[in-house]
Design a protein. Structure first.
Length: 153
């Protein structure tokens, strides 16, 4: 099995997503860089090594292609309305943590899964995109847990 980077280089592509679609299936308008600061907006540094490790773990799950599409769609549905800046290859992404949906409605996941499936992403891309979203979600939820524990002290 070749590495994700080698596959991307061979295909002449990057490992970064092109599927950021909001839950209503329209292009997601991004707020400008001049957006006022909010305590709910957090900047996540994307650790590519950690994301790569998560992608490699996902590749070992041996799920069907359709299951990976569903998992990616569900992960994207959690974050779709929370992006303040796009997930576009920069080393950071800003997320409005108040807009994260822990358990997105099944209908939203279904719509995203159909849209993603129609683009026919390659399996390694699905692994990568799923890993990115899991990384972001876990970073935000991990921060919230740590903050709540610190408040209890």
């Amino acid at each position: 099995m070749c590495s994700l980077e080698a596959l991307a280089a061979k295909e002449g592509t990057t490992l970064l997503p092109v599927y950021m679609v909001s839950s209503n299936m329209s292009s997601k308008p991004m707020q400008s860089a001049g957006t006022p600061k909010s305590p709910d907006i957090v900047t996540i540094e994307l650790n590519m090594d950690a994301i790569k490790q998560k992608a490699e773990e996902a590749s070992k799950w041996k799920n069907t292609y359709d299951t990976y599409i569903w998992l990616f769609a569900e992960s994207e549905a959690r974050l779709a309305d929370a992006y303040v800046t796009p997930l576009d290859g920069s080393p950071t992404v800003k997320i409005n943590k108040a807009k994260i949906v822990d358990n997105p409605p099944r209908e939203d996941t279904e719509r995203l899964a159909k849209a993603i499936g129609s683009k026919k992403p390659k399996l390694p891309e699905l692994h990568w995109f799923l890993a990115e979203r899991r990384f972001i979600f876990e970073k935000i939820r991990g921060r919230e847990i740590a903050q709540s524990l610190n408040r209890e002290d």
